[in-house]
Design a protein around this ligand. Sequence first.
Ligand SMILES: [Fe+2]
Ligand SMILES: [Fe+2]
Length: 248
Amino acid sequence: MSLYAIGDLHLHYQSVLKAPGQLHGRVWKNHEEKFRKYCGKMVTGEDTLVLVGDHSWGKNLSECERDLAYICDLPGRKLLFRGNHDMFWDAKKTAQLNERYQPRLTFLQDSYAAYQDYALVGTKGFTFEGPFYLDRYGQITGWDEEAFEHAKKLVERELARLRKSFEMAQADGYRKYIMFLHYPPTNILQTRSGFTDMAEEYGVEQVIYAHCHGESRFNDSIRGEYRGRMYQLVSGDFLRWKPLKILE
Ligand SMILES: [Fe+2]
Ligand SMILES: [Fe+2]
């Protein structure tokens, strides 16, 4: 029995693809097939596969049906967290999604899932991504204050959701945690954040995140061992569509 994770499948069987990188990048060519093949080789019916957001480009559920059917057909138990592009998934209507797709898919929002003696907690998260002002050497000299203030509110909301997820797991007796975020835990200006602080507060073993696409973004946040926790980026193009084994 193993636990795997990957993010950013960005499926578009029924919708318009909006990212130029995904249109022209080599890594994205037939990525659905590459990922399906890796899953077929690696993931068994007893395993759990966590999909860390940005599942589909569809604007609503009817534009995502084939994308979600593709995910349903992958092996193992599938757990999904929200990404910033998942327009089909209204956080407040997660129960309806679960009703519709149980037992094939589990959508996690303000809740957690158990894996052995671990609780898999998480939320979409948020990080401030600018606009930044640069000098002629490309160094950041400032940023858009209004966007920064707005980002702070979104971060607070996501931290509250994450804490709820931890508290539910803790109330049920869990003491070991793997934490999932769609956004990276820190933005490019930070070395720690409310998310890394919460990971430390609850003694999380691993923080798994996605969202960073393309070589130039893979080092936007923490990767590897940091202050006693392991941070791992699992965006699909970073992993080249091979799901990452998180736990045996
Ligand atoms: Fe993405
Ligand atoms: Fe994203």
